[in-house]
Design a protein around this ligand. Structure first.
Ligand SMILES: Cc1cc2nc3c(=O)[nH]c(=O)nc-3n(C[C@H](O)[C@H](O)[C@H](O)COP(=O)(O)OP(=O)(O)OC[C@H]3O[C@@H](n4cnc5c(N)ncnc54)[C@H](O)[C@@H]3O)c2cc1C
Length: 471
């Protein structure tokens, strides 16, 4: 389903007014107003995913000017918060999204903890204990290491999807998501303690909170229970509703849409930064042996522009292909096949790492211009956020390499096969060989990335980006 030109124009106008210099409360007001326009529904991730991704892309056009704050606020609300409700909520819980939208309420997503989070594979230390007598869950943070941290929109949001380890009748049932009120009448609900994470290098129009739960009581209906529920009585019984599907596994589905959105954001930021810089370098005069020329025609910059264009065009086609396939799964409520999951991981790695590489190189070759405010270079940490959000490059690469070494099939270039064979042989001496050969692990992962990109979208070869180059 293509996005209409009329909708596109309306969205472009709506996001053109966003500012990043207003402080986080006013920044949040901008998101409340944007969602109240109804141009993008909290349910569009499932019903109209093409619109969901186009909205993210068009917002990312402003990233070199705005930085990452508002973009993160937006994607946390639409993808992580609303997306988790869509993924694991029952019909009534999903229906509440329309009310939240009309009332302009904002939600956050509380997974990461000081000592756990995406990188711990979804294992969390915040506990949700079922209290059968009151038919409530009691949220507790055992120690400071279990404080939720980096929670975007945590200082303003009225609502939160919180991931906690569910305990029923003394038994651990694993990480589950709970939809709860975080704030009422502007004040945190009882027994929730919140603090500010402090200043960041960029994106200070976004509030990031740490959160501690001190016996916070939430109702039975807070559990997002499409795949698993607690049956009250006799201390409570955990009931799994769909064989083979876990709540946490289904929340993990949001990472796929998040990865595609982040891949687009990185590429869009990079294209825009190159466009802005090109405007400057075309005008900037430079000495040349045969009279004056301009900065654009200096050989290293000229070649960099050509290379960036080729890399960006290829990656845009690749991410577009991943998006099209994912949209099909989202509309049909299907889990993406393993091949698409791998391609999406590759898209996220390639788009963020090539963007970091290309923007870093550009910065090295435009002289003092790169130090000026409002050139976009001051917002380059936008790409840093792309690198670790929704699955850090290194961690995704570890998984790609492990999967490749386990695979029996003979696939990929001779270099990929050679690296695979070397790692398989090394592993015979014990699991420590994996870390000892980390260079080969990342080389192999990059081979998998470039194979995935090249298979779907043949084109120029992607050289290993500077952020992943060898020590
Ligand atoms: C601006 C911002 C907004 C955020 N918003 C939210 C939010 O709304 N909700 C939420 O839940 N979280 C949020 N986060 C948290 C974010 O998801 C984490 O920061 C991210 O998962 C990385 O975790 P970390 O910073 O603890 O990195 P660490 O775990 O400390 O990792 C540091 C580095 O070590 C490497 N590394 C780590 N583990 C491995 C491994 N096993 N193998 C190889 N290399 C490894 C990686 O390169 C990684 O970059 C936000 C973070 C930021 C900065």
């Amino acid at each position: 389903m293509a996005v209409s030109a009329e909708w596109r124009q309306q969205w472009i106008e709506a996001v053109s007014k966003i500012r990043s210099d207003l402080g986080y409360e006013k920044s949040a007001e901008q998101l409340r107003a944007l969602q109240k326009t109804g141009l993008l529904k909290l349910t569009d991730l499932k019903n109209d995913p093409a619109k969901f991704f186009e909205a993210h892309r068009l917002l990312a056009h402003h990233a070199p000017k705005l930085g990452p704050g508002f973009w993160i606020r937006f994607t946390v609300h639409y993808n992580l918060f609303a997306g988790s409700v869509l993924a694991v909520g029952n019909d009534q819980q999903v229906a509440r999204l329309n009310d939240f939208q009309q009332e302009g309420l904002l939600g956050c997503f509380g997974l990461t903890e000081k000592l756990a989070g995406v990188n711990s594979g979804g294992v969390v230390n915040t506990i949700a204990e079922w209290d059968d007598a009151s038919r409530e869950f009691v949220l507790t943070t055992s120690d400071a290491g279990a404080h939720k941290n980096w929670i975007s929109q945590g200082l303003v949001g009225e609502l939160a999807v919180v991931v906690a380890d569910l305990r029923v009748a003394g038994k651990r049932c694993g990480a589950h998501a709970f939809l709860m009120e975080l704030r009422k009448g502007g004040q945190p609900v009882p027994n929730v303690e919140l603090g500010d994470m402090g200043r960041k290098t960029v994106g200070n129009d976004l509030d990031n909170a740490w959160i501690a739960f001190h016996g916070t009581r939430i109702p039975h209906s807070a559990l997002l229970n499409r795949y698993g529920d607690v049956q009250p009585g006799n201390g409570g019984t955990y009931v799994s509703k769909a064989k083979g599907l876990t709540n946490m596994g289904m929340i993990g589905q949001r990472l796929f849409s998040g990865r595609v959105a982040v891949a687009w954001a990185a590429l869009t930021f990079t294209r825009k930064l190159y466009e802005m810089t090109r405007e400057y370098s075309d005008r900037k005069k430079c000495w040349a042996p045969k009279g004056t020329s301009n900065l654009t025609s200096v050989p290293q910059l000229n070649h960099l522009y050509a290379r960036a264009e080729a890399n960006l065009a290829q990656l845009e086609r690749f991410v577009g292909e991943c998006e099209a396939q994912l949209n099909d799964c989202l509309r049909k409520d299907q889990i993406p096949p393993a091949s698409l999951q791998e391609a999406i991981a590759c898209a996220k790695i390639a788009a963020s790492e090539m963007s970091i590489d290309l923007c870093f190189r550009l910065k090295q070759d435009v002289g003092s211009h790169a130090l000026m405010g409002d050139t976009g270079f001051e917002q380059m940490d936008f790409l840093q956020a792309c690198k670790f959000a929704e699955g850090d490059s290194r961690i995704l690469m570890q998984k790609l390499a492990r999967d490749r070494v386990k695979a029996k099939a003979t696939i990929g270039s001779s270099e990929e096969q050679q690296l695979t064979a070397e790692l398989q042989a090394a592993m015979k001496s014990g699991s420590q060989a994996w870390d000892a050969n980390f260079d080969k692990v990342y080389d192999l992962a990059w081979q998998v990335v470039t194979r995935n990109v090249g298979t779907l979208c043949p084109g120029v070869s992607l050289r290993i980006p500077c952020g992943l180059s060898k020590l």
